[in-house]
Ligand binder design. Structure first.
Ligand code: ZN
Length: 179
């Protein structure tokens, strides 16, 4: 009997290898992996919280606390309003201003955690990541970082001028080819 068992096992391993994940699924799984890591980080943060919390007891203010906690691991220079380099995208020398989480990272993180919360059984109507406080907070972070770093997070508009330029470039190439 015991000698017979490896036989079906072997054939099942064969089918497993042939049904490997195709490479086209890579971007999705990277997002899924990141989402799982973010969720684990958040749950760990809640376990270390005083008093310990569970996701179902979480509200917007707890999420804000979590985002502020993450700031210590940030890599984005955000100048104080009093810094001479406030509003300068490329300061000529270092300054003591703190490194923070970039607005774009926080925005993406909240999106992933919002999805993870509901995947773990949380109700959409009580989702703390969808709370108004979070939206307001993220907008404030975006506006301040934009001013502090002298950059714009405004969505890029269509530039008809550029289109015309590329048409000109194409025409030039055509002339080159023709000539
Ligand atoms: Zn500075």
């Amino acid at each position: 009997m015991e000698f017979l068992t490896p036989q079906p096992n072997h054939s099942s391993t064969n089918t497993a290898t042939t049904t490997e994940t195709p490479p086209s699924a890579a971007p999705t799984s990277r997002y899924e992996n990141q989402k799982r890591r973010d969720w684990n980080t958040f749950c760990q943060y809640l376990r270390n919280h005083r008093p310990p919390l569970s996701p179902s007891l979480c509200g917007g203010p707890h999420v804000l606390e979590f985002l502020r906690y993450l700031d210590q691991f940030g890599k984005t220079k955000v100048h104080h309003q009093t810094c001479p380099y406030f509003g300068m995208p490329n300061p000529p020398s270092p300054c003591p201003c703190p490194l923070r989480q970039a607005w774009g990272s926080l925005d993406a993180l909240i999106g992933r955690l919002r999805a993870a919360y509901e995947e773990h059984g949380g109700k959409p109507e009580t989702n703390p990541f969808g709370a108004r406080t979070i939206r307001v907070f993220l907008r404030e972070v975006r506006d301040f970082q934009a001013r502090s770093r002298g950059i714009s997070y405004e969505k890029k508009r269509k530039r008809p001028k550029q289109k015309k330029e590329s048409r000109v470039a194409r025409a030039e190439i055509k002339t080159l080819l023709d000539g």
